[in-house]
Design a protein around this ligand. Structure first.
Ligand SMILES: Nc1ncnc2c1ncn2[C@@H]1O[C@H](COP(=O)(O)OP(=O)(O)OP(=O)(O)O)[C@@H](O)[C@H]1O
Ligand SMILES: [Mg+2]
Length: 507
């Protein structure tokens, strides 16, 4: 009996270790090169998504299976490939290197370094196209993800594992908002993966410079593709970034991944699909364009505690044309994500930074993760701002305003001034609470408008120097009781009094 079990064991080992020799029909031949799309004959057994190897070590991915031929997208310079070239199967789906070695690096979607430093010794690789975690493997979003931007943390709060769309026209501060969010993760144990899809090279360099300047590269990875890269690379980039982030999430860590932007991703996929003669649908996009983005964004999750409790939050960006959020790609992605932050050029022009349209922006799950103190303090903010925008329109047409209206208008102006925040200055949640509290409680209504920003900066400095205990309290995940509320009020009152005295403003 022992001999039999031994033999079975050995036989199993042999079977498991058996790697089939490539058959002769496993070597294909290039029959057509069309942009980044290559048609190949002879690879009858090839799988969808399989990695193929071309001359010069170039890699490709099987994209279309037909009866006599297959099509594949090529990652690299297609002018190096010609008709008659031999193509080899690998029996493996496309993979990217993943792991800690990537932190601080700029890479292409296949993991090759683009920062001039040598490629690190990777220990792990992971298939690029994987299924999203099942429902049972997840838990609801319940921990806050702080952006450091007052408007967002107060009114559109995000949670770890959430997918929040950043949407707006050209040059409305979409990228800046995500950079601020990355900068705010310093010391918070959240790794960041930024995926640049078909951006200008200068824009990528600028962004890297900022991250370096604020020491944010140590916990960040940049997956970069520029406008000069082939559509195949652009198509691959977000999946690659997602796979890298997923590895960290599965290891129990929190990751933030930014896709900048998915409109360009959709366009790259459209051009690949058209080259493959897939039938075009609405706006010439292929029929599976919704699936393209849903299978990417579904991979973001807050994993269950059994699986380590890691999370992957996603901030996909979409560019609109003249504010049209009802176009095909925007509506698709709005329906996949857990909310959107809508940026508007006219608010930008008015100087309301970041130019978030509060009425159209929403976070569907983040409220559960918002700390109770912020939730209570921020309750009035949305109302105050909405009221101000309404009054402002009205006041433009009437020359005489009654006392109450003009007082409301003055209050609104200060609330707006205080919620405005310039780039690269993300704030700690405790300072955000102080600012929002002061604004909504009317504690700065007597501070001259032109001094509000200075008042704000001084308040933060004084609070950090003198009120460290109070700030610590405000960071906690607890209720705002009357004692704490009183303490905040007193601190802001006495600080304001002193500030106005120094500025020689009568109270
Ligand atoms: N909160 C802010 N404070 C000050 N300047 C800002 C702020 N947000 C954006 N900007 C400035 O506005 C300009 C456009 O910002 P950004 O590049 O982030 O916009 P975008 O929507 O990503 O643009 P694109 O459509 O080119 O991708 C930049 O010069 C940036 O510095
Ligand atoms: Mg941008």
């Amino acid at each position: 009996m022992a001999i039999l079990t031994d033999t079975i064991k050995k036989a199993k080992q042999v079977v498991q270790g058996y790697i089939p020799e490539p058959e002769i029909n496993e070597i294909g031949e290039v029959i057509e090169v069309q942009g980044g799309v290559i048609t190949i004959a002879g690879l009858k057994e090839a799988m969808m998504g399989e990695m193929l190897i071309f001359p010069h070590g170039l890699k490709g991915q099987v994209f279309n299976l037909e009866k006599e031929r297959i099509s594949c997208i090529l990652f690299g310079d297609h002018s190096l490939i010609k008709q008659g070239d031999r193509v080899f199967r690998t029996n493996r789906v496309l993979e990217v290197p993943v792991g800690d070695e990537l932190l601080g690096r700029i890479i292409d979607p296949l993991g090759n370094p683009l920062d001039g430093n040598p490629a690190p010794d990777f220990r792990y690789k992971r298939p690029i196209m994987l299924h999203a975690p099942e429902v049972i493997q997840r838990q609801p979003v319940h921990r806050p993800l702080f952006t450091g931007i007052k408007t967002i943390d107060a009114m559109i709060p995000l949670g770890k594992g959430q997918r929040e769309l950043i949407i707006g026209d050209r040059r409305t501060g979409k990228t800046t908002l995500t950079i601020d969010t990355i900068l705010n993760q310093k010391g918070k144990n959240v790794l960041c993966v930024y995926v640049a899809i078909g951006k200008r090279l200068s824009a990528i360099t600028e962004m890297v410079d900022i991250l370096k300047r604020y020491n944010a590269m140590a916990y960040s990875i940049i997956v970069s593709t520029s406008a000069e890269d082939s559509p195949a690379f652009l198509y691959l980039a977000p999946y690659s970034g997602c796979t890298i982030a997923e590895f960290f999430m599965n290891g129990g860590q929190d990751v933030l991944v930014i896709y900048d932007d998915l409109s360009k991703h959709a366009v790259a996929y459209r051009s690949l699909s058209l080259l493959m003669r897939r039938s075009p649908g609405r706006e010439s996009y292929p029929g599976d364009i919704f699936y393209l983005h849903s299978r990417l964004l579904e991979r973001s999750a807050q994993l269950s505690d059994d699986l380590g409790g890691g999370s992957m939050s996603a901030l996909p960006i979409v560019e609109t044309q003249e504010g049209d959020i009802s176009a095909y790609i925007p509506t698709n992605i709005i329906s996949i994500t857990d909310g959107q932050i809508y940026l508007e050029s006219n608010l930008f022009a008015k100087g309301f930074l970041p130019p978030i349209n509060i009425g159209l922006s929403v976070s569907r799950v983040g409220g559960e993760a918002q700390t109770p103190i912020m939730k209570k303090v921020a309750r009035r903010l949305r109302l105050d701002l909405a009221q101000y925008f309404e009054l402002e329109d009205f006041a433009r047409f009437s020359s005489e305003l009654d006392v109450i209206t003009s007082r409301q208008l003055e209050h609104g102006k200060r609330v707006l001034e205080l919620t405005t925040q310039i780039q690269y200055q993300p704030l700690d949640i405790s300072l955000e609470i102080l600012a929002v509290f002061a604004a909504t409680q009317g504690l700065i209504d007597h501070v001259p408008l032109h001094l509000v920003k200075q008042w704000e900066a001084n308040l933060y400095q004084t609070a950090a120097l003198e009120k460290a205990d109070l700030l610590n309290e405000l960071r906690k995940d607890k209720e705002l009781d009357s004692r704490l509320e009183q303490e905040i009020k007193e601190f802001i009152r006495s600080f304001t009094e002193q500030f106005l005295q120094e500025k020689n403003v009568s109270n």
